[in-house]
Design a protein around this ligand. Sequence first.
Ligand code: GDD
Ligand code: MN
Length: 356
Amino acid sequence: MDLSIVIPSYNERDNIRPIVSRIHEALRDAFVDYDIWFIDDSTDETVDVLQEVEQVDERVHVHHRNDARGLASAVVDGFELARGTYVIVMDADLQHPPELLPNIYKHLKDGTDIVIPSRFVHGGSDGGLGPFRKFVSWIARVMGQIALRRLRKISDCTSGFFGLRKEILKNADLDPIGWKILIEVLVKGTYKTVHEIPYEFLARDAGESKMSLREQWNYFRHLLRLVSQSPSDRRFILFCVIGASGVVVNMIALAVLKYLVHMNDVVASVIASLVAMASNYIWNDQITWRQTTSDRSWNVKLPLFVAISLVGIAITTLVMRGLRDLHVPVLIGQAVGILISTVWSYTMNNRLTWRD
Ligand code: GDD
Ligand code: MN
């Protein structure tokens, strides 16, 4: 079998026949041996529809689950059942156009490990979501990209539409929470090439979305779990949290020096920043990079840390100034600068200060 198409379905009665016929239509001239796997948790007549289709269509297989629920776990079951060299995952509700299948398959066959139809590359569109869902979806993607290095270059990491060479999952212990199976695949798979192709995420014709607040919470838990399992991602997050804690230390120190010690404002401000820097150094040394094997002493590490932080301050200010010239408000420019200098400081401290 060349290609298995895995489709999670939950109460999609009116979408089953249309999607099957559109898949056949789309792949008719593609010279590919394929089958279609529905991994179904439905509680309505979808179950009967699927049974009828399975009986008359030899390419269609149905795996109905009574005990399990959940989109991502359905897809994991699909990966286990699918016999194709390549697997393409798509929703049952036709928001993912089957007409893209030949193109995805072609990229896979040409050697790309993971192919992701994306709403956010040039030519794609997110038309199927309302403004609120668009916003939530944006937050979810940004959170994912901050938390997990492997998602950073992917524009549509929360997509439920993607194809892969099945072999890339050989050593992946897939254990997703909730819906977003693609982030699990991207973090745990063994692959070299990912390619995104544009597509238009369409509105639903029949049935309704099962997205809920609970699934958004699950996504957050899923991210946390993936971060905690990955040492380098965990380090970056700790570095950011400790950096933020430095702001609090800075303010407290300033308050103490100004109101209790009655120091001059400028001197108090400089000392408060130095105290925050020292505090950040200690936390990072004791927590973030606790597991490094290097036995360098603090009088090498601390000056490096301070030098990197000072350059970070310069980067922040330069970015703010540069953006201000482009008429970006100073506060926003500063925020962008802080983001860039955080990445700079993390990378340099990782490579120099706490190098293994
Ligand atoms: N087996 C199974 N079990 N399938 C499920 C379950 C479940 O518990 N919950 C939902 N599904 C199926 C639906 O039947 C549909 O085929 C697909 O998963 C997506 O569910 P929708 O309810 O249509 O979700 P959506 O349109 O809000 O979200 C889709 O678009 C997102 C774009 O941001 C999904 O494809 C997401 O994966 C995608 O990220
Ligand atoms: Mn949908």
